[in-house]
Structure formats: structure tokens, C-alpha cells
Design a protein around this ligand. Structure first.
Ligand code: ZN
Length: 102
């Protein structure tokens, strides 16, 4: 007697999509769009404008996955980009990241 195990490629999502989107995460700020950039507001650059593609980030520094829209807001110094890191809330404004006052 021969048993055949069902072979399901592990990279396929439940809906059968094999594209990257099925394994991508949501933006850490708006939590709506897909995270397409790795943002490293706490280094290694002095500037908070440190964005890389996922997988190409600088090791040893916190990484925040964010979407295209939120990246634009950070780059333009707009309000509205918030995230939490180690249970502390932060917001980006005018090319600076500060702790939220609550
Ligand atoms: Zn976003």
C-alpha cells in the first residue's frame, strides 16, 4: 500500500496566489496599505529619512515597515505618520521622530 501525501508548495497563500503580496505585511503606520519599505528612523543615518527595500536594511537598528504613502509623508515632513516601537509611541513630523505625549 502506498500513501500519497498532498503536495502543497509552502510559498503559496491560502488563495493560491504565489505573488509576494500574500506574505507581505501591513504598513506599521496606517495599517491599511502593504508595507513596501523598511524605514529606519533611529539610524544608522543622522536623518530619519532612511528607507530601504525589505531585506536590504542596516542591521542592528530598529526597522519599521511602511507603505509608499507614509514614506512620502515622512519625506515631506507631513504629520500623520505614527508607529510604536517597544511599546512606545512615536510620530514623525518635520523630518524628526518624537515620542507621542500619551
Ligand atoms: Zn502606510
Amino acid at each position: 500500500m502506498v500513501y500519497y501525501l498532498p503536495v502543497v508548495p509552502h510559498f503559496l497563500g491560502v488563495d493560491g496566489n504565489s505573488n509576494m503580496e500574500s506574505i507581505m505585511k501591513k504598513c506599521r503606520s496606517c495599517k491599511t496599505n502593504e508595507s513596501v519599505y523598511t524605514w529606519q528612523p533611529f539610524g544608522p543615518d543622522d536623518s530619519i529619512l532612511c528607507f530601504t527595500r525589505p531585506g536590504y536594511h542596516y542591521r542592528g537598528f530598529p526597522t519599521i515597515g511602511i507603505c509608499e504613502d507614509c514614506k512620502d509623508n515622512v519625506e515631506n515632513g507631513n504629520p500623520g505618520v505614527i508607529f510604536t516601537y517597544k511599546k512606545t509611541g512615536y510620530y514623525a513630523l518635520d523630518h524628526q521622530v518624537k515620542e507621542t505625549p500619551f
